[in-house]
Design a protein around this ligand. Structure first.
Ligand code: FAD
Length: 508
């Protein structure tokens, strides 16, 4: 079946990058078709809405506008569409060691050491080899991580609190904590805390290239974070609703190939439908590009691009949500998050039980009962980094067993005086095996034997082909903001502007 129309542009994917590109092109009067493989819009923006309490809306993919006050363009998009955003009230975060919660002073000292070690990577240093990992430097004996008198920030405006927000508990690098110089903090505890970095990074510290560590902190949006009211998915829906009538969205349209032709491009979906256009923008995520057959693009992608797609990495980050009838965990109305350090230093593996996976991992649990955000409910949202996420999702465990197993583990760590009720409900994401993302987001540059990998890979992934008729957008195509909504948005705007220029040239 062939659609008789010729579109100005066909956009593959209705995530952030595709939706913004469509909106911007429609504003200029172009006829746009979005083909989306899923039966919903949003891509990696997906909001959980509780079926009993509709006011419970929690983002299971992206949740924060990072650097809201520092110029993230997503903030302006929300403002232009009259969507409120919430800046969370900062609350204390507690660190649980093997023997229970650490004192405020000890937790502050640990965090100061970690911040100080991270600061060190931003300083100019002799270029390490491409096979050296962030872990090797962070856990070496000379690392600032193990210096206990760290004073990480020279910014006098920073306050002396140890604060986290409920849905974004790992983002506390901008908070200054003056260490107390405690000498009784053991190496294992510090290493356990450093593993929290694996949550936003999306991969193990052993795989992150030391050579490029710290590079992105100078370019990405950071500082204040804000959460869009009603979740990120509804904000994208508003972007699409605000597009002029000349944007058509076809859901459940899994694109199977994109071909160059003399007059433009032709796109074919799994069901055999064919669509013609002058130009096409692919926002297919990197994880999916890695799994496409060689003849998806006709002609095939150039070999250097295929090599980059293979060599760049997609990270793992999953969320585990537990809903209770009432909050039973310690100081539930005042604590923003709980960082649970491992109970042992065993490496969990494919044969580990659910409890073994949790007890050998660093876990960060955000507390929604604290009132930091307007949504105050007995909910705990846990961030799972690469190792526990992979083992839980690939280990054949049912959602029910994971939820129950995690509840039992929390009871063991929090030791409540009375036995709490089990969760009413639970959710665990699975971005890892989702066939339309195959992972959470791109990660920083990984270590490589051939010294070829660098952040420039993400620039290369943005280069248009076929005399400009085939363009690429998506977070993976923005070197300076990859891995974020900002990256997706900026890439969508960039591609819409480029296609506009090209279509004007064709017209002339
Ligand atoms: C758990 C998690 C937490 C995150 N937290 C944050 C955060 O707090 N802040 C932040 O800034 N970023 C965060 N991110 C990253 C952010 O979600 C992404 O960077 C962003 O949503 C990517 O947008 P995109 O348009 O590039 O890709 P996507 O949203 O993945 O859109 C691509 C679209 O293409 C579709 N598609 C794929 N293949 C085909 C095909 N063959 N045919 C048709 N359609 C296809 C997909 O279904 C998808 O809808 C998080 C991500 C995850 C997973």
């Amino acid at each position: 079946m062939s659609d008789s129309q010729i579109y100005d542009t066909i956009i593959i994917g209705a995530g952030w990058s595709g939706s913004i590109a469509a909106q911007r092109l429609s504003e200029k009067g172009y006829k746009v078709l979005i083909l989306e493989a899923r039966d919903r819009i949003g891509g990696r923006a997906k909001t959980y809405i509780d079926d009993k309490e509709n006011d419970i809306k929690i983002d299971l993919g992206c949740s924060w506008i990072h650097g809201y006050k520092e110029g993230n363009p997503t903030g302006k998009i929300a403002k232009d569409l009259n969507v409120n955003v919430h800046l969370p009230k900062p609350l204390e975060g507690v660190i649980y060691g093997k023997n229970g919660p650490l004192s405020k002073e000890k937790a502050a000292s640990l965090r100061a050491s970690l911040s100080s070690a991270q600061e060190a990577f931003k300083l100019p240093h002799p270029s390490p080899s491409s096979t050296e990992s962030l872990a090797s430097a962070l856990f070496s004996n000379s690392s600032r991580l193990f210096k206990t008198d760290s004073k990480p920030s020279s910014n006098p405006s920073n306050t002396n609190i140890d604060s986290t927000s409920p849905a974004n508990p790992t983002e506390n690098d901008n908070i200054s904590i003056t260490a107390t110089g405690s000498n009784d903090i053991d190496k294992e505890t510090l290493e356990g805390l450093a593993r929290t970095l694996e949550i936003p990074l999306g991969l193990k510290l052993e795989k992150v290239s030391l050579k490029w560590s710290g590079w992105e902190t100078t370019t990405s949006f950071a500082g204040s974070d804000a959460a869009p009211e009603n979740g990120y998915q509804s904000l994208i829906q508003k972007v699409l609703d605000s597009s002029k009538d000349n944007v058509q969205v076809k859901l459940s349209s899994n694109v199977q190939d994109i071909s160059d032709s003399t007059d433009g491009v032709q796109v074919t979906t799994e069901s055999g439908s064919k669509y013609d256009a002058k130009t096409v923008i692919s926002t297919i995520p990197l994880g999916v590009l890695k799994n496409l057959s060689n003849d998806f693009f006709k002609p095939e992608l150039p070999s250097n691009l295929k090599e980059i797609i293979k060599g760049t990495n997609v990270g793992i980050l999953e969320k585990l949500l537990l809903k209770y009838d009432q909050a039973w965990w310690p100081n539930s109305s005042t604590i923003g998050s709980y960082t649970l350090l491992p109970l042992n230093n065993k490496q969990p593996n494919a044969n580990s039980t659910i409890e073994e996976i949790f007890s050998s991992s660093t876990l960060v649990v955000a507390n929604y009962a604290s009132g930091s955000l307007p949504l105050t409910k007995p909910l705990l949202l846990t961030y799972l980094s690469e190792t526990p996420a992979k083992l839980l999702l690939k280990g054949g465990h049912s959602k029910e067993d994971i939820v129950k197993g995690f509840h039992n583990y929390l009871v063991k760590r929090f030791e409540p005086s009375t036995k709490p009720n089990e969760p009413i409900n639970g959710e665990i994401t699975n971005w890892l095996t989702d066939e339309y993302s195959f992972g959470a987001t791109t990660t920083p540059t990984v270590i490589s034997e051939d010294n070829k990998r660098s952040p420039m890979d993400f620039k290369e992934l943005s280069r248009p082909l076929w005399k400009g008729k085939l363009g690429f957008a998506g977070e993976h195509t923005e070197m300076e903001h990859r891995g974020s909504v900002a990256g997706a948005v900026i890439s969508g705007i960039r591609e819409a502007e480029r296609v506009d220029r090209l279509l004007n040239l064709i017209k002339a």
